[in-house]
Design a protein around this ligand. Structure first.
Ligand SMILES: [Zn+2]
Length: 289
C-alpha cells in the first residue's frame, strides 16, 4: 500500500552515540530509550524501510528534549536529511516550548524548509497544553511560520506505557479552544478526542484538529477505524507509524481488518496527508520580513 507516514522519529548519530550521557540530564529521554520497545533509526534506516514498505513520503522529526541545544542538534539533522532527500522527506522541528528563543528557532527551521513542529511531549518537556499562558508563544510562532504542530496525546484510561503521560482529550481540546488558528495534529488518535466531535459544540471547537494513528496496533482493535469512518471523520486522520517503534505492516493489517472502504483507506494512508502538505506549501511563510 502506498502511504505517507506522518509520524517518524529520526536520531542524529551524535545523539545515539551519546545517549547514556544525555540521559543523565534528560529524564524523559532516559525513560523512553531504556524502554524495551525502544529502537533507534537514522535516515539511512528510514530510507531502506520506505523502499520496503512502499512509503512515498515521510514527515520526520527528532526527539523533543527539554534542552534547547539538543533540540537544535535534532533540527539541524532533520533539515539536512530533508535537503538531501527532498523527494522523500518533510521535516518537523523541535523546541522546548517554554524556552527563551523557542520562537526564533521555529522561524530558523521554517526558513530552512520544515513544515511542522513536533512531536512535542507536554509532560516530557514540562508544558501544560491547557494553559494558554504557556502555549500562546509557540502557537503564535508556528502560525506565523505557517507550520502545523504535532502534540503527543494519550488516553486518560487504559494500560500504561513508557511516555504515555496523562495529557489527553481534555487538554488537547483546551489547546484547540485557545488557538483556533493553529493547524494541529494530535498523535495516537488524540487519546480519543475525535469521539467528542460527535458533540456539535466540540465539532466546532475541534475544527482545526487532525489526528494521527501512531501506535494504533498497540492501543486499539482494528474496528476503531470503522467507527471513525461511521463518525464521518476519515478526512481528519493521518497515517503515522511512530517508526522506528513500528513499521507499516501492522497498520496495513488493521486497515484491511477494519473493513473500511478503499476510498477511506486511501484518504488515511496518503490523501489527507498529501492535501495538508500541499496546503502548507501553497502559502508563503508569513515571517515578519
Ligand atoms: Zn507520541
Amino acid at each position: 500500500m502506498q502511504s505517507i507516514d506522518f509520524h517518524v522519529h529520526l536520531y542524529p548519530p551524535e545523539i545515539i552515540r551519546d545517549a547514556e550521557k544525555i540521559s543523565a540530564h534528560e529524564p524523559y529521554f532516559n525513560m523512553l530509550i531504556h524502554n524495551r520497545v525502544h529502537k533507534w533509526a537514522t535516515v539511512d534506516d528510514l530510507l531502506l524501510r520506505m523502499e520496503r514498505d512502499g512509503v512515498e513520503r515521510a514527515v520526520v522529526g527528532g526527539f523533543a528534549f527539554r534542552g534547547m541545544e539538543l533540540c537544535r542538534l535534532c533540527n539541524d539533522y532533520i533539515i539536512d536529511c530533508v535537503k538531501k532527500h527532498p523527494d522523500k522527506l518533510e521535516g518537523m522541528c523541535l523546541v522546548p516550548p517554554l524556552a527563551r528563543g523557542a520562537d526564533a528557532e521555529i522561524f530558523r527551521c521554517a526558513e530552512a524548509g520544515v513544515v511542522g513542529v513536533g512531536e512535542l511531549f507536554p509532560e516530557g518537556q514540562g508544558v501544560d497544553l491547557a494553559d494558554i499562558s504557556q502555549t500562546w508563544r509557540l502557537a503564535g510562532a508556528a502560525h506565523e511560520a505557517h507550520l502545523f504542530i504535532l502534540w503527543h496525546t494519550a488516553e486518560p484510561v487504559g494500560h500504561e506505557y513508557a511516555g504515555k503521560g496523562s495529557v489527553g482529550p481534555k487538554e488537547a481540546a483546551a489547546f484547540c479552544m485557545h488557538h483556533p488558528e493553529s493547524r494541529v495534529v494530535f498523535a495516537h488518535l488524540g487519546g480519543g478526542l475525535w469521539l467528542y466531535e460527535q458533540m456539535p459544540e466540540m465539532k466546532l471547537c475541534l475544527s482545526n484538529a487532525l489526528y494521527d494513528l501512531a501506535a494504533l496496533p498497540w492501543l486499539y482493535e482494528s474496528r476503531v477505524l470503522a467507527m471513525i469512518e461511521a463518525a464521518g471523520l476519515v478526512g481528519k486522520f493521518l497515517m503515522g507509524t511512530d517508526y522506528p517503534l513500528l513499521g507499516s505492516a501492522r497498520y496495513e493489517k488493521a486497515l484491511v481488518e477494519s473493513g473500511i472502504g478503499p476510498k477511506s483507506v486511501e484518504q488515511i494512508n496518503r490523501g489527507n496527508a498529501a492535501a495538508l502538505l500541499s496546503s502548507l506549501k501553497s502559502r508563503p511563510a508569513r515571517m515578519g520580513k
